[in-house]
Ligand binder design. Sequence first.
Ligand SMILES: Cc1cc2nc3c(=O)[nH]c(=O)nc-3n(C[C@H](O)[C@H](O)[C@H](O)COP(=O)(O)OP(=O)(O)OC[C@H]3O[C@@H](n4cnc5c(N)ncnc54)[C@H](O)[C@@H]3O)c2cc1C
Length: 454
Amino acid sequence: MDSAHRVVIIGSGFGGLFAAKKLKRADCEVTLISRRPGHVFQPLLYQVATGILSQGEIAPATREILRGHRNTTTLLGDVTAIDLTTRTVTSHLGTEVTVTPYDSLILAAGAQTGYFGNDHFEPFAPGLKGIDDALELRARIFGAFEMAELQATPELAKPWLRFVVVGGGPTGVEIAGQIIELSRRTLKKDFRRIDPRQAEVILLEGGDGVLAAFGPKQSLKAGEQLRKMGIDVRTQAFVKDVDGHGVTVASQDGTEEYIASNCVIWGAGVEASPLGRQVAEQSGAGVDRGGRVEVLDDLTLPGHPEVFVVGDMIALNQLPGVAQVAIQGGKYAAKTIRGRLEGKPHPGPFQYFDKGSMATISRFRAVANVGRLELRGFLAWLAWLFIHILYLVGFQQKISTLGHWAVAFLGRARAERTFTVEQSRGALTNSRGPRDRTKAAGGTRSELPREDAA
Ligand SMILES: Cc1cc2nc3c(=O)[nH]c(=O)nc-3n(C[C@H](O)[C@H](O)[C@H](O)COP(=O)(O)OP(=O)(O)OC[C@H]3O[C@@H](n4cnc5c(N)ncnc54)[C@H](O)[C@@H]3O)c2cc1C
C-alpha cells in the first residue's frame, strides 16, 4: 500500500464526514483529522442547551461511525498548519504534534461564532457552535433559574429571569422558543420562591423581522407566533455593548437602552475557520469578510486542484452556510478524487441542489420552505421532525432522540437538565475568559439564510 493515494480530510462535521463516507472502499488511504471526537449535528445543539437531548445523541463518535471503513484512519487533533507546498497538515493533541502528508486534501473545518469584531462580548454572550457551547448555555439557562430562587427580593431576581437572545435567525428563534417553553411548561412547578413563568425572553434582531431568509410572509407569521408565546421580539434592535450584567441596545432612531440580564445568548454571526485564510494566502485565493475562501467552481483552490474546500468555509455563488451545502460539497470533492483515481472525466462544476430550509418555533410549530412551498405550523413541524431523524447519524441516536422528544414534547419534562459545577462556575459568575478560539477576521454571513444578523 506504499504508493496508495493519500487523502486527508480536516473536520468531522457534515462536509468532512460525508466526504469520508463517499470514499469508503475507494482505492486510497483516507486520514480524517478533527479537533472533536464526534460528528456534531449542529441543528440540534439548541436542544442540548435547553435540556431536551444529551450531547451523545447529537454527537456520535466519528471513530465509531467510520469503523467499517478499512481504508480510513481517524485522528483526534487540532490542525494548526496546512502547507500547500510540502503538502502536509500539522495537528496537535496535548503534547503530541503530528504531521500528515497528503496527495489530496479536503478542508471542511466549518465556522465559529462571530461577534462583528466585538470579541469582548464573548465571555458574556456565548454563541452556540459546538458541544462545549451547548453545555455552557445549559448551565447558564438552568443556573439562572437557580440563582433567581436564591435572591432576597423579586427585584434582585429579575435580571436572572430575563434572557436576552441576540439574532433572529433560526438559532436565535429556536433557542428563544425553547427557553420560553422551559419557563412556562417544564419548570413551572419546580421552584418555591420564584415563579418561573415570570421569566422574560427578549429576542433582538437587527433587521425588519425574524427568520428573514424564509421570506416576508414566513417572517411575519413567525414573529406573530413568537409574540403569542410571550417572547418580546424587538426588530431594528442593534446590540452596542454586552457586559457581565446586560446588553446595550440601540434602536433605528439612535435611542439606546440598557437591558439588565444575567443570561445573554449570541446567535448573531459566524466566521469561517481561520484555516481558510491560511490556505487562501498560500494559493492567492480571495476571502470574504467572513473569512470564507473564494474557491473555484469545482471547490478547489486556484493552482491547487488537489485541495478542496467545502461547507461553511466557502464563498461561492452566494451559497448559504447550511448542512446540505457541506454534505453535497463533501460528497462532490470525494467523488472528484475517486473519479481521478479511476481515470474518469472531471464531473464539471459543483452544483448545489437546494432541498429547502426549516426552523422550529416551538413544540409542534415550525416553518419550512421547500421549493416554492411555504409550510407553517404543525405540518412544518412534522416535516422538521422527519428530516432531523433522517439525517441524525446512528441508529441508537435516532431511537433515543425520539424517546427524549416524546418526553419533552408530549409530556413537559426534560431529561437532560444536569450541568457540572465547573460549567456553572464560569457561567453564573460571568467570570470565564474567552473560549479558546483561534481568531479569524470579523464578519458575518449576512446574505445567508442561517445568518442571524443583529
Ligand atoms: C446552532 C446551529 C444550528 C444550525 N441549524 C441548521 C439547520 O437547521 N439546517 C441546516 O441546514 N444547517 C444548520 N446549521 C448550519 C450547519 O450546521 C452548518 O452549515 C454545517 O455544520 C457546516 O458543515 P461543515 O462541515 O462545513 O462544518 P462543521 O459541521 O462545523 O464541521 C467542522 C468540523 O471541523 C472541525 N474543526 C474545526 N477546526 C478544526 C481544526 N483547526 N482542526 C481540526 N478540526 C477542526 C470541527 O471539530 C468539526 O468537526 C446550524 C448551525 C448551527 C451552529
